[in-house]
Design a protein around this ligand. Structure first.
Ligand code: GH3
Ligand code: MG
Ligand code: MG
Length: 321
């Protein structure tokens, strides 16, 4: 089965299909082979599979050891490759998230059960296969949904997902005749930060700002990264004056964020960043693009006023007649 899976991946990478890269498939395949050999040798050397009085318990112990060993050896090989290619990352990037580990664990247990069945009662192994397939399929589906809606740099909504959510909120506001506000938040002189401290420091700043926004705004405010160094937030049931208050709070919060940077002269330091915020508000249902256009105009005014400032669109956005 593993052979077929890898032949399929190899074919996709060979035909340059959907981002499957040959060197990754090759490396992952090689780690699987090395890991399996290491596990097999260790379990046999440990003599746990010898016939004995409590052979069932020995076999269980052997399986348990095999599963743990498989995870440790395989992860070490992958961590080594990550560390060599892009340097050390945060623990979740190296050891995987708890959800990744839970999935890996259940896959390994099912794999071990299948292996036992293949040896003992081959026809029964066929029963396990659909379960393995469904488990992997559901996990893949969840990963695909996340990849399609979440911006990887900041873990906020990406532009497409934000638009969809904002549109839905505006439709609701139209039905319930409630207010809605939009904030467009653009980092000040971000190009200068990139030029001075490098692109990685810029990315680090975007991540820190993303965290600050998610923390500062409410759970039901839709917060997204609109692209580049521009963020958007849609605030349901908030009118113009209240939105200016929220925007001012957000601006101050961003001002207080310290971004870790490597100084050109050596050593680690931290810098502050600022952002300008454009605010627009609407009553009832309006077109999202009209609201965004108004907020963009206000953002332009905030930049013109010297940056690190909040400006509100002069008029409330209404439904085009
Ligand atoms: P202003 O105060 O007028 O907004 O100046 P600015 O430099 O922020 O504006 P401008 O639009 O001229 O430049 C935006 C810069 O943001 C250009 C680009 O290099 C940088 N940028 C866009 N996306 C990313 C990203 O994902 N990572 C990093 N590090 N930089 C980015
Ligand atoms: Mg900018
Ligand atoms: Mg910009």
């Amino acid at each position: 089965m593993a052979t077929f899976a890898y032949l399929h991946l190899w074919y996709r990478s060979w035909r340059h299909l959907d981002g499957v890269q040959m060197y990754r498939v090759g490396y992952t395949g090689a780690t699987l082979v090395i890991t399996s050999i290491a596990v097999s040798v260790t379990v046999h050397m440990s003599a746990l599979l010898d016939e004995g009085i409590s052979s069932t318990y020995r076999a269980l112990a052997a399986l348990g050891i095999a599963i743990i060993l498989y995870r440790v050896v395989n992860r070490s090989l992958i961590v080594a490759a990550i560390a060599l290619s892009v340097g050390a990352r945060k623990p979740s990037a190296i050891f995987g998230t708890p959800a990744d580990n839970a999935l890996e664990f259940s896959t390994l247990v099912l794999g071990a059960a299948t292996a036992v069945l293949v040896v003992q009662v081959p026809p029964l192994a066929l029963l396990v296969l659909p379960a393995v397939f469904l488990l992997q399929h559901r996990a893949l589906l969840k990963q695909l949904v996340e990849a399609a809606t979440i911006d990887t740099k900041t873990e906020l909504l990406n532009a497409a997902a934000w638009r969809q959510l904002a549109q839905r909120e505006l439709e609701r506001a139209g039905r319930q005749k409630t207010a809605t506000a939009v904030l467009v938040i653009d980092m000040d002189h971000f190009k200068r930060l990139n030029d001075t401290y490098g692109h990685l420091a810029g990315d680090e700043a975007l991540k820190a700002i993303g965290e600050a926004l998610a923390d500062e705004l409410r759970g039901y405010d839709a917060v997204g990264r609109f692209g580049g160094e521009e963020f958007v937030a849609l605030l349901p049931s908030v009118d113009g004056p209240a939105a200016v208050g929220v925007a001012e709070r957000v601006r101050e919060r961003i001002e207080s964020v310290q971004v870790r940077v490597e100084r050109r002269t050596g050593g680690i330091g931290s810098i502050a960043v600022t952002a300008s915020v454009g605010v627009a508000a609407a009553q009832g249902g309006v077109e999202l693009d009209d609201l965004l256009r108004a907020a963009d105009g206000a953002l332009y005014a905030a930049k013109a006023a010297g940056r690190n400032a909040v400006r509100r669109a002069p008029t409330q956005v209404t439904t085009a007649a």
